[in-house]
Design a protein around this ligand. Sequence first.
Ligand SMILES: Nc1ncnc2c1ncn2[C@@H]1O[C@H](COP(=O)(O)OP(=O)(O)O)[C@@H](O)[C@H]1O
Ligand SMILES: [Mg+2]
Length: 224
Amino acid sequence: MAYVIAVLNQKGGAGKTTVATNLATAYARRGRRVLLADSDPQGTARNWRSAGPNSGDHGKAFPDVVGADTAEAVQTVTGPEVAAAFDVVVIDGPPGVSKGGPGEVTVAALKAADLVLIPVRPSGADLWATSDLAELVRARQDATGTPDAAFVVMQADSRTNVAKEIGGALEELGLPALDARCGFRVAYTKALGKGLAVEDVKPGGKAAGEIEAILDEIETRFHA
Ligand SMILES: Nc1ncnc2c1ncn2[C@@H]1O[C@H](COP(=O)(O)OP(=O)(O)O)[C@@H](O)[C@H]1O
Ligand SMILES: [Mg+2]
């Protein structure tokens, strides 16, 4: 059965596609069969893959990327046929809310997920914007025992202790944060624009190390 990771946050610019593309690629390079399901109608993850090299030329693995921007499509890409063909499905979540709460594609992804990752920038406005989603995740956990869930702090500035302060603010939202975080690094933006992983942009660099740390933490903490 494929392990389903949904990268969700209704707020645009939170870092969903950054996390989803880099995690999916890192899993693929660990030898997993990975499907990256792009549930953003803007198709950023699909554009990312189209801009990238083909795996044969590049010599390094990439995930398969497919569009899944309806609730039904999310169910299909996490359903039994796909689950049998892949080890990991990463869903790159859509922005936007409906009727004041997370939209139906976000809800479908949440229901299909083994693990929900919520990338969030360390600012009050960004945190407030995630409270509906955090509440929805906790309600589902209370009702069904799944999915696991964690915040991923994005664009953390190591020069200030904002990251520390935000730790407490995140706890108030009732979900844990990964110890592994992503700093504010140009490599993330470059990689997204070129259809690459941060590892390709700066091999062995800090951003690549951050992605590896996220993967390691997921594997030891949630998906042993
Ligand atoms: N850790 C980071 N450091 C620097 N830039 C980042 C980082 N994370 C995301 N970005 C940039 O922020 C923008 C929004 O990120 P993106 O992943 O597309 O967000 P979302 O998918 O949630 O809308 C992109 O231009 C991306 O390159
Ligand atoms: Mg996106």
